[in-house]
Ligand binder design. Structure first.
Ligand code: ADP
Length: 255
């Protein structure tokens, strides 16, 4: 059992600490954060604004330096997909060109990977927009392209930083179903940062609740539904209310 679990672990975050320094002060953002992520698991990180959620993703992605602690992947040189909240597509490039950019940068662009990009866009309803520009897409569609752009790289883990927060409520709901289904179908491991408790419960296998800054892991919830469905359906279930009330109580409000 233990050995299977070990092999099953995609990522381990161990005693992670982050102190931001500027000229006059220092901010302890993260104080000994530890958790693990299993293969194909969907993890959400929630916590009050400013507690360091984005910092954790940035450190995992390797774009922010940690102060101490360890990030241990189960393989060497993992590919990490990073999807941001804001529309990060280049307006002067077509949808396909946007999706090929990461491949170009990492020198992985070839006929096969290009075809994979086209296939993903086709599978997920964007075939007719392949040669269009981002301005002709709705906010939700742009975020779908942003997700596909990261999937094209075949990442070992996907990091999603508030992926829906720039969208209106209706679009958030629809897109959370779509993103959830794409990630499950492609068999991806995902860590999502959100400030939205409902979003976290409806989408995740586990939720990591952080305290206010300097943050530590306050609680980890195993989210289990008798019958797990797509996010919008999960929101209607009895267990959803149970988790919502529990997490609401534990969350450090007014910080
Ligand atoms: P969250 O994503 O939970 O809102 P962040 O990870 O963005 O939190 O930030 C955590 C804390 O670190 C905040 O207090 C923020 O002001 C601070 N912080 C973030 N980036 C920097 C930086 N580059 N320099 C100094 N302080 C920073």
């Amino acid at each position: 059992e233990d050995i299977i679990f070990m092999n099953n672990t995609c990522l381990e975050v161990k005693d992670l600490k982050k102190i931001y320094h500027d000229k006059y002060s220092e901010t302890i953002a993260l104080n000994n954060i530890s958790f693990n992520v299993k293969d194909k698991e969907y993890i959400s990180i929630i916590g009050p604004s400013g507690c360091g959620k984005s910092t954790i993703l940035g450190i995992i992605a390797g774009i922010i330096n940690k102060s101490s602690g360890d990030i241990i992947f189960n393989k060497e040189n993992p590919t990490i997909g990073y999807m941001l909240q804001e529309d990060s597509l280049f307006p002067w490039k077509t949808i396909l060109e946007n999706c090929l950019l990461g491949l170009e940068i990492t020198k992985k662009l070839n006929t096969k990977t290009k075809q994979r990009a086209i296939d993903l866009l086709t599978t997920y309803g964007l075939k007719d927009f392949i040669n269009k520009y981002p301005s002709s897409l709705s906010g939700g569609m742009k975020q779908r392209v942003a997700l596909i752009r990261t999937l094209v790289l075949n990442p070992d883990i996907l990091l999603l930083d508030e992926p829906f927060s720039a969208l209106d409520y209706q679009t958030r709901l629809t897109l959370s179903d779509e993103v959830y289904e794409i990630i499950k179908k492609e068999g991806k491991t995902a860590i999502m940062v959100t400030h939205d408790i409902a979003e976290a419960i409806s989408m995740s296998d586990r939720i990591i609740l952080l305290s206010k800054r300097p943050s530590h892991v306050k609680k980890i919830y195993n989210v289990s539904f008798k019958e797990k469905s797509i996010p919008t359906e999960n929101r209607k279930k009895e267990e959803f209310t149970f988790y919502y009330q529990n997490i609401w109580k534990e969350l450090d409000h007014h910080v």
